[in-house]
Design a protein around this ligand. Structure first.
Ligand SMILES: [Zn+2]
Length: 368
């Protein structure tokens, strides 16, 4: 994985032009690796009449067959033996299907390069101690959900003095810990240290409502930070305008929108997309993003379609090109105005289930 190592340890994480050739070499290295080590993946490539030799430049990478995330929820495919996996996570979709994911050492090594590059570029790491509010589950041995692990990992971005969890582990079950969080926040305000909030946007919104309704108004340290990840889509009915959420945060915590950051990620594509100061997800060097119509043809900037994510990061599972169930649109980087030139994507919602099923069926029939 020589090209991959070079790609994931780039200093300028949004210089796509400079890394196009390296990305192509790296993605081909990854496709060949899965082709050799995962017979099911080799079969999919064969049936789609795809050969890595078809890829000459970055303009050809759309030819790599995208595999729907829904397909992976039904078929766990590995390209390395299970005893070599460092960690395993599971995620449950809204359909109730459980998706399993395991990472081997080479993937983790690339991931570390990405996290370092991303966090430093976005100035998310700090040596200054902080208190944490994790708006999610307290880690426990019996809970293997990926979101728990990534939220916990994020509590190492600044030295942790204390962590309080919205869902507290009693040893046998989880309890909602809103009162505990309120008390912790009042203590944190007095301590004078920055507070870092980590978790799903919907949970943060719920917490802000609770604080405002109970008359709690805090003025937390100005270097406090809110990191929201996991998307809004599970809670579409509760979705409100982001500016309204930013206003609530300002009112309840004294933390404005410039200290609220959002992260986008998918289990089958664990690239950390952090929003820019204008709250857009620009594509970093570690991945490329293609928007496709229902016939899987790539579409132009500004045209909504299905979100297809490509990365050579994972060697343990054939996640090179995955089709998500998100509906998205791409824009040229310059349209943002934040100074980052790489294109950015906006999530518009979910693709209709019928479209995904067609797409997933397309992949499933390859494996009969
Ligand atoms: Zn931007």
């Amino acid at each position: 994985m020589n090209y991959g190592r070079k790609l994931f340890y780039q200093k300028k994480i949004y210089d796509l032009e400079k890394t196009n050739d390296l990305f192509v070499k790296s993605v081909l290295e990854n496709v060949r690796h899965h082709q050799i080590n995962c017979p099911e993946y080799a079969e999919i490539l064969l049936r789609r009449k795809f050969s890595p030799d078809d890829i000459v430049s970055i303009n050809d990478i759309y030819k790599i067959p995208p595999i729907p995330t829904l397909f992976f929820k039904n078929h766990t495919l590995y390209s390395s033996s299970r005893q070599h996996l460092l960690f395993k996570s599971t995620t449950s979709g809204t359909s109730g299907k459980v998706s399993e994911m395991g990472l081997d050492w080479p993937s983790v090594w690339l991931g570390l390069g990405m996290i370092t590059g991303t966090f430093f570029t976005h100035r998310l790491t700090s040596l200054y101690p902080a208190n944490y509010i994790v708006m999610g589950y307290q880690p426990a041995k019996r809970n293997k959900m990926g979101a728990v692990k990534s939220a916990y990992a994020a509590t190492f971005t600044a030295p942790a003095m204390h962590r309080e969890y919205a869902l507290k582990d009693t040893g046998t079950e989880y309890i909602l810990n809103i009162e505990g969080i309120k008390h912790a926040l009042i203590r944190y305000e007095k301590s004078g240290l920055p507070v870092r909030f980590i978790g799903f946007p919907a949970y943060f919104m719920f917490l802000m409502k609770e604080l405002i309704d109970s008359g709690v108004k805090l003025k937390l340290h100005p270097k406090s930070l809110v990191i929201l990840g996991g998307g809004w889509k599970q809670f579409l009915s509760e979705q409100m305008d982001k500016p309204a959420l930013y206003d609530m945060s300002k009112e309840a915590l004294g933390i404005g929108k410039d200290r609220i950051r959002e992260m986008f990620g998918v289990v089958e594509h664990p690239i950390a997309y952090f929003d820019c100061p204008n709250h857009h997800f620009h594509v970093p060097v570690y991945s490329r993003v293609i928007i496709r119509d229902t016939d899987l043809r790539p579409v132009e900037y500004g045209v909504p379609g299905m979100l297809n994510l490509l990365t050579p990061m994972i060697t343990s599972m054939p996640f090179t090109s995955v089709m998500t169930d998100d509906l998205a649109v791409m824009h040229p980087g310059e349209e943002c105005g934040c100074g980052i030139n790489s294109p950015y994507f906006e999530i518009l919602g979910r693709v209709g289930l019928a479209d995904i099923k067609t797409c997933a069926a397309g992949a499933s029939e390859l494996l009969v």
